[in-house]
Design a protein around this ligand. Structure first.
Ligand code: GLN
Length: 201
């Protein structure tokens, strides 16, 4: 990170958090801890001037309905195609190229096939620790009715896995997790996203 703005003392990227539904407040707090200014986004106009965006977890079907009803789908797609975006859980479902179980419309920007609620009823919510590319310390992963990334394209780098399946991936300016890093105390994942955002400004 050697560009002018990030060299300015105290400069922080402005990162939006899609605040339609789901746990956007914990993302805003995690972004603050990772040295970014978080801004809640509910309307297309609120994307103006943001350096990056978080698509939080929640219920992807509900988010999709809201986006379509408020004519926000296309504006969100355009923003996410051009700026750093960090998706967690339902956000990853929204961003994927293809959604299964059941199929639903998506932004189609992450070259991945995602299966919703893929872990079944008994084990649909769990906390695990697993290795990642983010350092030696294992990464805590909170899964809540999580989807499973069943396929990734060649441009997608896998940063962590669960049972062999990708759970944290990066594709150029897109970072996506099937778990909830905002619910753990470890800030490595949010810090990575803040760095990606700062590097893109
Ligand atoms: N099960 C939700 C969905 O399919 C995702 C769960 C989550 O975001 N924690 O949209």
């Amino acid at each position: 990170m050697t560009n002018r703005r990030t060299n300015e003392e105290g400069w922080r990227p402005r990162i939006g958090v899609l605040a339609i539904q789901g746990n956007f407040a914990s993302h805003a707090q995690a972004l603050g801890e990772a040295r970014a200014d978080a801004v809640e986004v509910r309307k297309p106009e609120e994307l103006a001037g943001l350096d990056g965006l978080v698509l939080p977890g929640g219920e992807s079907t509900t988010m999709l309905k809201f986006l379509e009803k408020r004519h926000f789908f296309q504006a969100l797609k355009e923003f996410c195609a051009a700026h750093p975006v960090f998706a967690t859980c339902a956000g990853t479902i929204l961003l994927a190229r293809e959604v299964r179980n059941p199929a639903q419309r998506s932004l189609g920007l992450l070259d991945a096939v995602v299966e919703r609620n893929a872990y079944g009823r008994q084990i649909d919510s769990t906390i695990l620790s697993a290795p990642s590319t983010l350092g030696d310390e294992p990464l805590e992963m909170v899964f809540i009715r999580a989807p499973r990334i069943v396929e990734t394209g060649p441009a997608v780098e896998v940063l962590a896995r669960r049972d062999g399946f990708a759970v944290l991936v990066r594709q150029a300016h897109i970072l996506a997790a099937t778990f909830h890093p905002e619910l753990s105390r470890d800030r490595r994942v949010h810090r990575l996203f803040v760095e990606m955002t700062a590097a893109a400004v």
